[in-house]
Design a protein around this ligand. Structure first.
Ligand code: G
Ligand code: G
Ligand code: NA
Ligand code: MN
Length: 253
């Protein structure tokens, strides 16, 4: 398949890059984290969205090599920020379910050691598809990661097969409310009710709550009222190239 070959080439030809989107504390208004999001700088097609190539990478298994590259690159970047004195408490990376195997804890140990990073600065964003598989193996790998000091964050919560029972069953510390529900806040009554229910329950389970796709001040005000901890979205910034991200951190939002 042509896309597969091109993607394989992209990895060695260094056409893949990470962009970063800030996570903002609702309490302080400060940037408290960065989510790394991959892009493909294609020589003729320009910036290609991961929505176009991650599914192919997952089907072909290329996601394992791409995922390893993302982890290494994000950790390398975090080390560079630390060395430059640029305060960035947490860097979050997205993991595909296929990356979640027995070797993952050791891969992570190796990369953390390579860049001399404390595990607390790395957050792993996983999706519900991983939890739906629900195998004991997955839980034990998660427990091992948590024991290492890494934080697990559940992405896109509320879509797919999400079940509130996952919050109890899996050692997840952070829940990201999908932007599908944030869109209608505060005007759509159903979206408000869903957002409120998720946040109320998650707070009782002592989860940290992040809302995604926040685009308006009205959404921010509503989410603050509900007790959300962090926000991500175009209201603050879309995902941007590393130099733009650094300028934003240095100059403030
Ligand atoms: O921000 P954006 O359009 O870039 O992201 C589109 C989708 O691609 C999102 O679902 C996001 O989680 C996914 N994605 C972005 N970067 C990565 C990555 O490094 N690994 C994986 N597995 N998915 C990613
Ligand atoms: O699936 P995941 O949550 O990892 O993907 C994040 C996706 O959401 C990326 O494609 C990113 O560009 C996009 N995104 C981030 N903030 C906003 C926002 O405020 N509005 C919209 N429409 N998309 C957003
Ligand atoms: Na994500
Ligand atoms: Mn998401």
């Amino acid at each position: 398949w042509q896309l597969e070959g091109e993607l394989r080439h992209a990895l060695v030809a260094q056409q893949l890059v990470l962009h970063y989107q800030p996570k903002v504390s609702l309490r302080t208004g400060e940037i408290v984290g960065a989510e790394a999001l991959i892009r493909w700088r294609h020589p003729t097609n320009g910036m290609v969205s991961p929505a176009k190539f991650i599914p192919v990478a997952e089907e072909t298994g290329l996601i394992l090599d791409i995922g390893s590259w993302v982890l290494d690159e994000a950790c390398r970047q975090m080390r560079a920020w630390m060395d430059a004195g640029l305060a960035m408490p947490i860097i979050a990376v997205n993991l595909s379910a296929r990356q979640f195997d027995r070797l993952l804890p050791n891969r992570l140990r190796t990369v953390l050691e390579r860049y001399q990073l404390p595990p607390e600065c790395l957050q792993l964003e996983i999706t519900e598809s991983l939890l739906v598989r629900g195998a004991e193996g997955v839980i034990s790998i998660m427990n091992e990661l948590v024991a290492m000091g890494l934080a697990l964050s559940m992405d896109d919560f509320g879509t797919g097969y999400s079940s509130l029972s996952y919050l109890k069953k899996f050692p997840i510390s952070t829940l990201k409310i999908d932007r599908a529900f944030v869109i209608g806040v505060p005007t759509d009554e159903n979206d408000c009710a869903i957002a409120q229910a998720i946040i109320t329950l998650a707070k009782q389970l002592r989860q940290e709550i992040v809302a995604e796709g926040v685009e308006t001040r009205e959404q921010m005000a509503f989410l603050r009222q509900l007790g959300c901890d962090q926000l991500q979205g175009f209201l603050f910034s879309p995902p941007v190239a590393v130099s733009d991200f650094e300028s934003m951190v240095l100059s403030g939002l």
